[in-house]
Design a protein around this ligand. Sequence first.
Ligand code: SF4
Length: 339
Amino acid sequence: MDDDRRRPDCPKRMVFGPCGGVRDDGRCEVAEHRCVFLDDPAPAWDAPAAPPVAPPPGSLLDRARTGPVVLTDLTVAPFDPASLRRVVGVLAPVSDGLLVGEHANRPDFPPTLFAAEVRDAGGRPWTTLACRDRNRVVLEQELAGLAAVGVDGVLCVTGDARGPGVRPGVTQVFDLDGTRLAALAGAAGLPVAVPESPAAPPVDRRPARVADKQRAGAQVCVLNHVRTPAEVAAFVAAARSAGATLPFVAAVAVYTDERSARVLQRFPGLHVDDATVEEVLAAPDPRSAGIAAAVAEARALLGVPGVVGVNLSGLASGGGEDDGARVKAEVAAAIREAA
Ligand code: SF4
C-alpha cells in the first residue's frame, strides 16, 4: 500500500497500473502521452491479503460452483428509485447478480444507498466502487456500508477518467487504484471482484495483472469485451499460467440498435466484434438479431475453461432503461434455459 510508488505522470496516480483505458496505440486514456506503465512495469503485489470471504449462500459466486451464472449490468435512470425498482423487477428473476456501475458521466445515488435499494427491490447487488471520486476514507466508509447492507460482492475499479466537457473543474481523486482497493475490500470482509481488459495494451502483461489482483484479494475476475471467445480462452489460459486460479466472468455485448451498439464500440479499452455489429444493425429485425447474437456469444464464452459466467453488458436498447432491461432479461432467460 506504499503510495510513494505512485507514478507522477499517470493522471490516475496509479501504483498497480496500467488502467484498462490504454489506447490501442499505447496512448494514455487521459493525457496526450504514452501510458507510463508500458515501458516501466508496475511492481508485483507484495503485501499480505485478507483470507478470502465465503460467498453468501445463493450469491453468484456460490451458484458458480455448480453451474454457469449470469451477472447483468443494471442501467437505470439516475436518482430515480422508481426506475431502479422497475428494472430490478425485470432483471432479478433471471440474473444471479446485478452489477451496479459507476460511470463518470452518469452519477447516481451513493453506492451504499443504491445497493440497499436493489436489495429492497429483490435483487442481489454486486456494487462497482471506483477510485475516481473518493479518497481512501470515503472508500472505507462505502465498503463498511456495503458490508452492512449485505451486498454479494464489490467490483473494485480504478475507474474511467472524466472526459473533457464532463463536469469540468471537478477534482478527480484517484487516491487509490483498483488493486489497492481490492485489498481494502477484502479486509472489509467483502467478496471481491476485479476487472481486466484483455485487449488493452500491454496485452502480454494483462494476464499477470489478474494473478496480482488475486494476490491482493480478488475472488473473481470480470473481463471486459474482446472480439472473440477464442481471445478470452487464450487470455484465461495465460492468466492460469501466470498463477491466477480464480474464476472468470466474460462480457457479452448486448445491443439491438445503432445507439446501444455505438456506445459499446466507442468505449476505451473495449473491443467488440464489428462484423457482428453490422450484421445485427442490417438485419430486418435488429432486436431479435441482437438478442440472438448475445445468446450465441454467451454460449460460446461459457464453453471456455475457467469461465463460470457471463456479464450482460451495454445499454441493450437505445429506447430507454426499461426497454434495455427487457432485452437483457430475454438474453438472460435464454442463456439459463440452455445451461
Ligand atoms: S493509460 Fe491509465 S495507467 Fe496509463 S498513464 Fe494513463 S491513466 Fe495512467
